[in-house]
Design a binder for this molecule. Sequence first.
Ligand code: ATP
Ligand code: MG
Length: 294
Amino acid sequence: MIHCDGLVKIYKTDDLEVVALQGLDLHVEAGELMAIIGNSGSGKSTLLNMLGGLDRPSAGKLLVDGKDLLKFTERDLVKYKRETVGFVWQSNARNLIPYLTALENVELPILLKGRGKRLRALELLEAVGLSHRIKNRLSELSGGEQQRVAIAIALANEPKLLLADEPTGSLDTRMSNQILDLFRELNSRMGITIVIVTHDPLLARKVDRVVAIRDGKTSSEIIRRQSYAEELAALANGSIFEAEESHVEYAVIDKAGRLQIPASYLQADEFKEKNKVRVEMEEGRIILYPPEAK
Ligand SMILES: Nc1ncnc2c1ncn2[C@@H]1O[C@H](COP(=O)(O)OP(=O)(O)OP(=O)(O)O)[C@@H](O)[C@H]1O
Ligand SMILES: [Mg+2]
């Protein structure tokens, strides 16, 4: 679904250039539910905006659903946003209109006319578990319910790819969990590919793959040993699982063979403030030694 190679985004303001993405690689399979994590300013929203066709990359390669986004004309871009992607923003102010009801909010972006429109909106609100709140104005809904309306809107055009930027950012843990359950359900029921940007490590643990971004580049990937669905099944069967061992973290090697060593490893006394390491191959392993080690 997503092929992103050496993606670069440079923001130019009057006298300043910010390199928000510095050759980022990311591959996402169709039907995946995955998360992107990273510190503030690491380039998560920038990446999501590129994927959503809201902004254009400066260089590199970006294919979504087989379409080359760097070759898009303005017209292609409009069609792409209308047909291929759905977007949920962190701030509801950007997703929703407060003085309309839930139903009216969802009806708005649907391109059908008359009765078809209403039926489709009702269907979408049912899909996100809000059938009982359709007549309420947005201001009468909780944060989590508002976010459900936003998700219903993002699904209105039957996108193949759903992008969510901090969809649970303003919600408490219980609500965040419910929203994540909803994403998981939509993913398995509709087969829609979902990419979630989050700050929340707990939320990230609940998807099968997490890609960490650091300074505008993919730095590591955390993959579940067991899918979340399998884990839940195992829990239901009464088997005990070791939380610490449910994920494996991989460092990512880019096309040029560059590898980012987890920052915590470099804090060890032997490696602290060193700008080189000795690299040796030994019985199928690559070993890094402090520079002065014998
Ligand atoms: N429109 C813009 N013009 C100039 N610089 C920008 C613009 N948007 C983002 N940036 C800069 O690009 C970098 C990446 O920003 P981005 O919003 O992608 O980070 P983020 O990972 O989403 O952070 P957060 O977790 O705080 O949302 C930052 O240094 C930011 O200041
Ligand atoms: Mg952001």
